[in-house]
Design a protein around this ligand. Structure first.
Ligand code: ADP
Length: 560
């Protein structure tokens, strides 16, 4: 509906609505007018007929009252002249009717002459009067002698004057020579029938209706035109103005303003609303433009700033690259300049210690001290180098089948001097069913060395540490556990000790020298090989560090 309405202009809709309203109101008015005109005509005809009837009654009455005068001769002798009231009434009616479209006559069911025989309309009226004495009139438009006329029938009541000729005794011959009918006083003695032509009335009715409708049309057209002109001027014209102004705005010409003069109040509100909106838009747009300019200049500045930052970052990057080069130079320097001589010192101290006889106990202890400290130093240097490598992203683990028995043997020989020095019994055990596993020999050895050196380091004199390798056939995993009877680790520290540079407390650092990097490396090496590291410990009772080698890393029969 909405879509269809939009296809028409307001003007067309308005004109169509006015036309429909005119047509409907004209039709309704015509119906109403015809009906009321008909009623008026009928009322006028009825009144005319009643007047005729009353005139005829007067003639009748006059003749009745004048009977004695008419029928008495000048010398006082009664001589019936034949001018009986009924005869005179009928004659006057006939004379009146002759030569005109009017007709006045008397009728009943049993008339004394055949002119009084009732026609269909009269018979119907007489039947009604006889059946119901309270009904005395019957009228309407009906045919008379083949033409449509207004017909009026009124009942005639039997009075004293009628009885002389029509009363008792029935069958007696009256003064006019007819037999009496035996009517009774107050009964229905027939009816007077009046016929009035209606052509003129109908013509007048048509003329009236046409005139009324023409007048009504004129009024409605005048009112409609005034309403249309007023609406066109006060509503349609400003609306078209608004339409044009919106078009201007759409074309980018903001600030368009409309003339508020000569409009209706509501339209005036609309126009001033539009003018306000246009003004605000104009201001806003101007503001926006200045804002855009400000933002553009902000952006330009931000861009310049960014370029400056980029230059800075590039410089920083170049510096970092240089630093990285320095770092890698330092690493290779540490590698060559520290590790190589340290390894020689350890070997030399070992040989010297072994060559000391029982008589040179104090020399042997000195060599032992040198060997231990060199080992600790070497271990720290190794940890730092490994961490540096890991940071540089150069840590890659190889995946080769390895015999954990070999790894354990290597760890045992490295740990022996340390364990001896700390007076801790260090044992190793490898279950016979332990299979070969895939992994990096070097890194696994380093992991176990770190765990073992911690176990020895944090176990008081006389305690023990054990490296156990077992196979869980059900879970198909290999576990490498370092069990010690040392100082233990509090539950809240058990996770954080795997972070870099974390040592449980500073006193222990001083007592047990170290860098805080060992366990961090263990976890990193475990991760790169797909192993898992966990710890179980009780303060004062000892700790168990476990590396779990998963099923995927176990060398199966197919791999061999
Ligand atoms: P470092 O041994 O060089 O101090 P680690 O990373 O190897 O560094 O160990 C971190 C800390 O974890 C140690 O300082 C120590 O407090 C605690 N720790 C490690 N292993 C043990 C252990 N077997 N028994 C008790 N404490 C331990």
């Amino acid at each position: 509906m909405g879509g269809r309405t939009r296809a028409f202009s307001l003007k067309t809709i308005y004109l169509a609505a006015l036309t429909v309203a005119f047509a409907v109101s004209c039709f309704a008015f015509a119906l109403f007018d015809i009906h009321s005109q008909r009623e008026q005509t009928q009322a006028a005809l009825l009144e005319e007929a009643r007047t005729f009837a009353r005139e005829m009654d007067a003639v009748w009455k006059f003749m009745d009252n004048s009977q004695t005068i008419i029928n008495t001769t000048s010398n006082g002798v009664y001589e019936f002249k034949g001018l009986h009231c009924a005869v005179v009434g009928k004659s006057v009616g006939a004379l009146f009717s002759a030569g005109s479209d009017y007709a006045i006559r008397y009728t009943n069911f049993n008339p004394r002459n055949e002119q009084g025989i009732p026609d269909e309309f009269e018979a119907q009226a007489l039947e009604t009067f006889y059946a119901d004495p309270s009904v005395t009139e019957h009228y309407g438009t009906a045919l008379f002698e083949g033409e449509e006329r207004f017909r009026y029938i009124r009942a005639l009541e039997v009075d004293e004057s009628c009885l002389e000729c029509h009363g008792d005794p029935q069958g007696e011959v009256d003064v006019t020579g007819y037999q009496k009918e035996g009517w009774e006083l107050g009964g229905v003695g027939g009816a007077i029938s009046i016929v009035i032509p209606i052509d003129q009335h109908q013509q007048a009715l048509r003329d009236n209706v046409v005139r009324d409708i023409a007048f009504f049309l004129l009024i409605t057209v005048v009112i409609g035109s005034i309403v249309y002109v007023a609406t066109a001027f006060f509503v349609l014209r400003p609306l078209r103005g608004l339409q044009g102004a919106f078009g201007e705005m759409r074309a980018g010409r903001l600030g368009a303003s409309l003339d508020e003069a000569r409009t209706a109040k509501e339209v005036d509100v609309l126009i001033s609303g539009f003018n306000d909106m246009a003004g605000e838009l104009h201001d806003m747009y101007g503001h926006l433009e200045s804002q855009v300019q400000a933002r553009t200049s902000d952006l330009r500045k931000a861009n310049e700033l960014l370029e400056g930052q980029r230059d800075k970052l590039e410089r920083l990057n170049a510096e970092l690259a240089q630093e990285a080069r320095f770092k890698s130079d330092l690493l290779s320097m540490v590698n060559h300049e520290l590790r190589t001589p340290l390894t020689s010192i350890i070997t030399f101290a070992q040989i010297s210690r072994e060559s000391c006889g029982p008589d040179r106990e104090s020399d042997r202890r000195s060599w032992e001290e040198i060997e231990k400290n060199s080992l600790i130093l070497l271990n720290m240097i190794n940890d730092m180098l490994d961490i540096a490598r890991s940071d540089a992203g150069t840590v890659h683990a190889s995946r080769e089948p390895m015999d954990l028995g070999d790894v354990v043997a290597s760890v045992r020989s490295t740990m022996a001097p340390l364990a001896r020095k700390y007076a801790v019994t260090f044992r190793t055990s490898v279950a016979s069913d332990v299979p070969l596993v895939f992994g990096d020999f070097e890194k696994t050895t380093r992991m176990l060395e770190n765990l073992a050196s911690n176990a020895v380091k944090f176990t008081p004199d006389g305690g023990s540490a054990e490296l156990r390798v077992a196979y869980d056939a059900q879970a198909r995993t290999v576990t490498l556990s370092l069990v010690d009877t040392g100082i233990g680790i509090a539950p809240q520290d058990q996770e954080r000790i795997f972070e870099r540079f974390v040592q449980v407390d500073s006193t222990s650092t001083r007592k047990y020298n170290g860098s805080g990097l060992g366990l961090a490396l263990v976890r990193e090496y475990a991760d790169v090989q797909g192993f898992e590291v966990s710890v179980e410990s009780e303060l004062g009772c000892g700790s168990t560090f476990t590396i779990t080698v998963p099923e995927e890393a176990i060398v199966g029969e197919d791999d061999v």
